[in-house]
Design a protein around this ligand. Structure first.
Ligand SMILES: Cc1cc2nc3c(=O)[nH]c(=O)nc-3n(C[C@H](O)[C@H](O)[C@H](O)COP(=O)(O)OP(=O)(O)OC[C@H]3O[C@@H](n4cnc5c(N)ncnc54)[C@H](O)[C@@H]3O)c2cc1C
Length: 280
């Protein structure tokens, strides 16, 4: 009888141990599928990502698609942050520059960069030379700006040329979140109509979210028929198309250095405090 009793306890202990093992295994499996562990970036170390597609968008702009290690991997880049990309210039010297993907973490298994390649640009040279199957060294996340839904009531955005990519990332994240009611007012400056990056994507967002997203294009050399702004972005344009200074708004800017400087001066003159401004 005592032997049977001892056997019973042993079986019970065995069952309990098996149950604990199953529960622990399930917890481990579940936790290993959390988004954070699917993220691929390392802020301290460059990691290599394979180029799988290159799409020409204009004579000097291309979209580069990079694959992530697993089909369910995500880049893990907070909204408002960017990547450091490392390459070699025409002289073979190392160069590191910032880029913002046009994809979000909701785009699983890959990420995309839209790159404007300048004839004399050092990192531009690296991207111009990249072929399918090549690897790009990427480090991140990087940046002082992190977007949280409800952070502000409205954003004004002043973008020039390739400075549109951080704006597009933030605008997409806001607009595609049905619980986020933030309004976005974009002024986007370029030289010619052909220079406008992501135009189709931007126009689609404006069409889909007409109450929350407004775009005002400004061209230095407009076509004959043109209903947008002409010349450089002026104080009057900012006044007419961006939210007025207030504690619950922010004006973001990203463009070539002379434009950033001019926009900073305009915003100061219009009464936007330092807290209401952010330069990427
Ligand atoms: C947060 C952030 C995000 C960015 N995201 C992107 C992105 O997604 N896609 C992208 O293409 N770029 C982006 N940029 C710009 C990018 O970091 C580089 O500055 C750009 O690619 C030029 O680098 P380069 O080494 O080729 O040129 P450089 O060697 O630095 O410059 C050489 C010459 O190129 C020309 N040039 C360089 N930059 C500009 C410019 N902005 N406007 C006009 N002429 C210029 C000038 O004639 C300059 O003399 C971003 C910048 C920041 C700060």
């Amino acid at each position: 009888m005592e032997v049977l009793h001892a056997l019973d306890s042993q079986v019970l202990i065995g069952l309990a141990a098996a149950l604990i093992a199953i529960v622990a295994g399930a917890v481990f499996l579940f936790s290993s599928r959390k988004p954070a562990s699917r993220a691929c970036l390392d802020p301290e170390k460059f990691k290599e990502f394979k180029l799988v597609k290159r799409t020409k968008l204009s004579h000097n702009v291309a979209k580069f698609t990079f694959i992530l290690p697993k089909p369910d991997s995500i880049l893990g880049l907070p909204i408002g942050q960017h990547l450091s990309c490392r390459g070699k210039d025409g002289q073979g010297e190392e160069v590191i520059k910032s880029y913002t993907p046009t994809t979000l973490d909701s785009d699983v298994g890959y990420f995309e960069l839209v790159i404007k390649m300048y004839p004399q640009g050092r990192m531009s040279h690296h991207f111009r030379e990249m072929r399918i199957g090549d690897y790009l060294a990427v480090k991140g996340p990087k940046g002082r700006f992190k977007y949280q839904p409800g952070q502000v009531h409205a954003f004004g955005m002043l973008a020039g040329g390739s400075g549109i990519t951080p704006m597009y990332q933030v605008a997409r994240a806001i607009l595609e979140n049905p619980n986020d009611k933030t309004k976005v007012h974009l002024i986007y400056a370029n030289v010619t109509l052909e220079d406008i990056l992501l135009k189709e994507e931007l126009d689609l967002l404006a069409k889909r979210y007409p109450d929350r997203f407004k775009i005002y294009y400004v061209l230095n050399q407009p076509p004959e028929v043109w209903d947008g702004g002409v010349g450089f972005v002026s104080k009057e344009m900012i006044k007419a198309h961006c939210p007025a200074p207030a504690a619950d708004i922010k004006i973001l800017r990203c463009g070539p250095p002379p434009m950033n400087k001019a926009m900073g001066d305009h915003l100061d003159a219009l009464g936007y405090s330092a807290e209401m401004q952010f330069q990427f």
